[in-house]
Every structure is written in C-alpha cells, then in structure tokens.
Design a protein around this ligand. Structure first.
Ligand code: UD1
Ligand code: MG
Length: 449
C-alpha cells in the first residue's frame, strides 16, 4: 500500500507574496500541480495534501479527484507538525507514506520510483532523497554513519563545521507509516526556528537510508523568487534542448520561452524573443519570430510569422504573417494566404490565397479564396449590442479603406470602390461603390478674412 502526503501548508514568507508559495507557477503550472503530477504515475492509493496558510485558495487549485484529499494544518508549526496532523486525521497507517515537499516541483517520477524500490528492497523505516550541492545554503544537512542516516541538521541549527557538509535533504521521504506514527508525536520544537521538524524523525527510526542522486537540478527547492526563476530556467533549458536535438534551431535561445506541451517539427527556426505557449503545434520548415507570441494554435508547414501575436487559431501551410499582425481566437487562415502589417483578425475564416496586407480589422468574417482585401479595410461587426458577420465571396477585390457594416454578404468576384461604406449585399461580379462623386471647382481660392 502506498499513500502520499504533500506538504503545502506553509506561508512561504521568503517569497514576499500575497499568493501562497505552492500556487506560484513555473512554465505555466503551479508548484503544487507539478508535485501532484510527479506522483500520479506511482498510482498511490490516496494523496493527502496538507494545506493551512490561505487554505481555501490552495484547495481551489486542487483537481477534483476521489484519490486526492485535503488535510488542514492549523496553525502551521512545522513540517513534522504537518505529519502529526495527518496521522491524527487518518486512522489507518498501513504500508508506505511518501512525503513530498510542495516546494520541490521538478522531481521526476522515475526518481521517486527508485526511492520506493530502495525502500522496499532494504525494508527501511525511512528512505530519503539526498544530493551533494556546491552551494548547500538553506537546506538541511544530512549526516551519515556507515550506510545509514544518523541525523539531519537544518541550516539555521548548524554549527560552522556542520554547515560545510554538502549532502542535503531534498525534502522527499518514504516512511514505513506504521513505524512513523509510533514516534511522530514525540517530536519537539527545541530548535532555532521553534518548529516541529519532520527531519527529527530520522534519529528516532532505526533503518534510515539515503538515495543520493547526481543531478541536483530536480531537487531544487523554492523558497524565494531567485530559486523560482532558477527552476524556470532549468525547465526552459531542458525543453529547448529537447527541441534542438529534434531539429529545431534557436537563434537566441535565452530570449525565448516554450511551454512543455508545445510540439515543434523539423527545420523550424525560432528567432529571438519568441514565446510559444499552451497547446501549440508548429509544423516543419517554419520560421517563427523574432518578437512573436503564439498560444494554443496550430501552424502548418512552411509558414513565416514575425513580430506578431497568434491566439487559439489555425494557420495552415505556406502562410506569411506579420510584421505586427494580431490573430485572435477562433480564426482559420488557409494555405498560401498573407496577413500583413497592423492587421487584426478575429473569429474569421480566410480561404486559400487570400491577402489582407495592411492596416485592417477583419472580425466575424468569411473571406473567399484569392480575395484581396485593400489597405485599411474594416469590418464594422458590432452594432453596440451584437456582433454580426461579413461574408465576401472568392476572387473579390476590396478597395482601400472600405468599411463593411455587418451583417453583409457579398457574392463572388465583387469589387468595392476605395473609401466605400458598404451597407447592402451585392451579387457576383458587381462593383459596389458608395461615395460622393468628386467635384473640382476651378480657380477656387480660400477667401482672406
Ligand atoms: C525543508 C527541510 C529541509 C530540506 C528542504 C528541502 C524541514 C524541517 N526542513 O526546509 O531539511 O533541505 O525542505 O527543500 O523539513 N510546510 C507545511 N507546514 C508547515 C511548514 C511547512 O506544510 O508547518 C510545507 C511548506 O509549505 C513547504 C514544505 O513544507 O512546501 C517545506 O517547508 P519550508 O518552510 O520550505 O522548509 P525548508 O526551510 O525549505
Ligand atoms: Mg522549502
């Protein structure tokens, strides 16, 4: 039997934040969610999340799952106290209890599996993950005697000699829950922080083992914003390395960010200051950026998108977007189209080979194949209460500065005169023009006053 406890009740004072520490995010996902995700693969019987500080806020973020339970620790008197509260709340203490710190978010499921294996194979009372850090500042130091852990001393309780020990406690433990519950209530808070430390269980248990891992990056704890940003950098580096090994070029890697879920094809070039987020797929042979933001979108083959923003849209193949285009949600830009400077497209479908090259707003519209939208064209889609649709048939040629007062429906091969305000539908092959005729008054001079 395997149960998991995630310690998430602390205030996180060193974050200097009104948001509980475990709700801070790295690469779009909260620390707590990452810790939950890390242990789901182990298929635990139950997960207990210990909350306390701003408990309601933390609880709201927890996924609804019958195996996930919330335990409230009030007041928060330390990590050992958190487990005392858990042992009081839950009556049966069978099998293993895996304890995870809610502020150690990069732990890999494979490392947790190794810990459980070691624990089982040696029939341990407690096993914990340790690592040697060049700079162990802030962590509990782990002292071994022969092959067993003798004790853990917190940074604030270390003397000068103890502080030199580089072997640190990751805050990830596997306990024999029965044995733990027998000693958990004997813990005292006679230390410099006046807290009940979970680490003080170690000398009280007989068989305490250390699983020392080489890569200390996955054990990075987050106590302040510097460590938060170090973790973000760690994640970003590994995401970008994965893409580079799969055939993606980054022109200026440090200035770009890519979410974990993003898929990128081969021979894609990511230019500087490009950010790709959410459920996005970029297919082969695209050039994305510089200065581009793409979220929850699909970008086809051979597209070029520069200095632009794309949200929740479908960009098909061989499309050029930008500079300075804004593609808003629910748009579909079909293959061989071009969206140019200062163009905003929202909830619209553009058929193949259509062009909107300059200074336009196209909202709630369907634009037919090979239609050219002249500079400055605007769809006036909002009457103050409702949004309306504009439909323009294929092979049409829309004059510069046309305003479509929606709802409006134009047939195929329609031309509009530049500067027209179009308020009536028009049939295939027609010219729609609505502007006053030019009058030239010759020999006219402004009168002097
Ligand atoms: C803790 C360990 C330290 C280890 C480090 C690893 C103890 C005493 N120290 O120190 O040995 O090297 O983690 O990152 O355990 N929490 C509660 N209730 C409380 C206090 C804290 O649930 O009353 C939670 C916090 O929300 C946090 C976790 O426990 O998620 C760890 O607490 P934190 O204060 O960050 O401990 P550290 O000083 O980092
Ligand atoms: Mg911590």
């Amino acid at each position: 039997m395997l149960n998991v406890a995630i310690l998430a009740a602390g205030k996180g004072s060193r974050m200097e934040s009104s948001l509980p520490k475990v709700l801070h995010k790295i690469s779009g996902k909260s620390l707590l969610q990452r810790v939950i995700d890390s242990c789901v693969e182990l298929k635990p019987d139950q997960i207990f999340i210990i909350t306390g500080h701003k408990s309601k806020e933390v609880q709201k973020s927890i996924p609804n799952d019958k195996n996930i339970n919330v335990v409230i620790q009030e007041p928060q008197s330390g990590t050992g106290h958190a487990i005392q509260v858990l042992c009081r709340e839950v009556k049966k203490h069978e099998g293993k209890l895996l304890v995870l710190n809610g502020d150690v978010p990069l732990i890999r499921p494979s490392t947790l599996k190794k810990l459980l294996c070691l624990h089982d194979s040696k029939n341990a009372d407690v096993s914990l993950i340790t690592t040697k850090k060049t700079n162990p500042h802030g962590y509990g130091r782990v002292f071994l005697k022969e092959n067993f852990i003798e004790r853990i001393v917190e940074e604030k309780d270390c003397n000068d000699l103890e502080r030199e020990n580089r072997l640190i406690n990751s805050g990830i433990y596997c306990f024999n829950w029965g044995n733990l519950s027998e000693i958990i209530n004997t813990l005292k808070s006679n230390n410099n922080q006046k807290e009940i430390y979970l680490t003080d269980t170690v000398p009280l248990l007989k068989n305490a083992l250390s699983l020392e891992v080489k890569d200390h990056r996955e054990l990075q704890g987050i106590n302040n914003r510097i460590q938060l940003s170090e973790c973000e950098e760690n994640i970003q580096n590994s995401i970008k390395e994965k893409h580079m090994l799969n055939g993606v070029t980054f022109i200026n890697k440090a200035s770009c960010s890519i979410s974990e879920e993003v898929e990128i094809g081969k021979d894609v070039i990511i230019e500087a200051n490009t950010h790709i987020r959410g459920n996005t797929k970029i297919n082969n042979h695209c050039i994305i950026g510089p200065n581009t933001f793409i979220e929850n979108s699909n970008v086809g083959l051979h597209c070029e998108i520069s200095n632009s923003t794309v949200y929740a849209s479908q960009i098909m193949d061989h499309i050029k977007i930008g500079p300075y285009s804004h593609i808003r949600p629910n748009s579909k830009i079909s293959s061989f189209s071009k969206i140019g400077n200062f163009v905003e497209i929202k909830n619209s479908q553009l058929e193949e080979e259509s062009k909107v090259n300059h200074l336009s707003y196209i909202g709630d519209s369907i634009i037919g194949k090979s239609t050219n939208i002249g500079a400055g064209t605007i769809t006036a889609n909002f009457d103050g209460q409702k949004k309306h649709q504009t439909k323009i048939g294929k092979n049409s040629s829309i004059g510069a500065n046309t305003v479509f007062v929606a709802p409006i429906n134009l047939g195929e091969s329609v031309t509009t005169g530049a500067g027209s305000v179009i308020t009536k539908d028009s049939k295939d092959n027609s010219l729609a023009i609505s502007r006053t005729k030019q009058v030239n008054i010759e020999n006219w001079k402004r009168k002097k006053s």
